[in-house]
Design a binder for this molecule. Structure first.
Ligand code: TXA
Ligand code: MG
Length: 323
């Protein structure tokens, strides 16, 4: 159920003003939001997530003109990308101004900024009239929430208020482009295809993160369900899953509706198109855990469009776990 009355927007703003935490719907994933200029509130985000405090947060703002107050220098590329994709699933990393504290930036000299493309998030940001720090509203290392009930299930009473903005439209996190150095760098593939960024900038951008940064999304075992994730070639998921099944092992296979799934495999249904897969990916991870499977097998899509972000999340989910 979506509860997005003017009263709930006002309630969320009141929570933010008193230093509380709000589960905030965005078009990518739900965020765990706090007043970016309230250090205690920002520290609570890290405590609730269980995230190392050196990992910087994205500051969400209502409009592109806010870049000028959060960053010292806003290069022309930032203006071009902002007018092309904001509000939307793009985050820009810029040289920070004093408005961006060490608490938010993890002590780095840059700040990450984004104008989210969700009416509820925008309504809250406009009424709050400030920057809102928000990582994805999940415990550290777990699957990002794409529905209000995911936030409640993960964080329970650790979050003061959860706004329900319906299922996230994009389903994977924002694309992060670093414009603080000599060259634009892709730090994380996400909801804006890198091809679209390149078109606006009229230049190619490396798909491989080119610089050492402190970004938890760059740790190999991230975005992971509890179940193991195994990647298959296109069309090879069912055969690979069947080869693993048996010996007491419960195996799921994520395939579109049209693909037949034989016993004893558990069928996890995914959209046949890559935008649909991006939208449903984290829900599928959650369903794998709810079905208590030991391993879920899924085919790797092509890397065009949102495929790059999907493949990135799949590879991380399939990476060896430390625990
Ligand atoms: O779609 C999204 O971006 C969602 C929604 C809620 O907006 N947010 C999100 O936040 O994914 P989080 O904290 O889970 O991921 C933010 C990423 C992290 O990898 C963080 O290290 C990176 O952004 N980041 C933040 N500030 C940075 C900075 N100054 N330099 C480099 N990376 C930064
Ligand atoms: Mg996250």
């Amino acid at each position: 159920m979506e509860v997005t009355s003017p009263e709930s927007i006002a309630a969320a703003v009141a929570v933010l003003r008193r230093g509380g935490l709000v589960g905030l719907p965005t078009e990518t994933v739900y965020g765990l939001a706090a007043d970016a200029e309230n250090e205690l509130a920002v520290r609570r985000i890290f405590a609730v997530k269980g995230r190392p405090s050196t990992h910087p947060l994205i500051v969400h703002v209502a409009q592109a003109s806010s870049m000028e107050s959060w960053a010292t220098s806003v290069p022309p590329e930032a203006h071009r990308l902002a007018s092309a994709f904001w509000p939307g699933p793009l985050t820009l990393v810029l040289k920070r101004s004093p408005r961006a504290s060490d608490a938010v930036t993890g002590g780095q000299d840059t700040v990450a900024l984004r104008v989210p493309g969700h009416p509820v998030a925008l309504a809250v940001l406009r009424a709050f009239d400030g920057g809102v720090a928000a990582p994805s509203a999940n415990r550290f290392g777990r699957v990002s929430p794409t529905r209000a009930e995911h936030v409640r299930a993960d964080l329970g009473s650790d979050v003061d208020l959860v706004l329900d903005g319906g299922p996230a439209r994009v389903g994977v996190e924002s694309t992060i482009v670093d414009l603080s150095g000599d060259e634009p760098l892709l730090l994380r593939p996400g909801g804006v295809p890198v091809e679209s960024v390149e078109k606006v900038l009229e230049r190619r951008i490396s798909r491989v993160p080119g610089r050492k940064i402190r970004a938890p999304g760059l740790l190999p075992s991230h975005y992971a369900p509890r179940a193991g994730v195994l990647l298959a070639e296109p069309g090879g998921a069912v055969a690979k899953a069947l080869a693993l099944a048996g010996n007491g092992r419960k195996v799921a296979v994520a395939v579109p509706e049209a693909v037949e799934v034989p016993e004893p495999l558990v069928a996890l249904r995914i959209p046949a198109d890559v935008d649909g897969l991006a939208r449903e990916l984290y829900t599928v991870f959650r369903l794998a855990d709810e079905a208590k499977v030991d391993v879920a097998v899924i085919s790797v899509p092509g890397e065009e469009g949102l495929g790059l972000a999907v493949v990135d999340r799949l590879r991380r989910a399939a990476a060896p776990r430390s625990s």
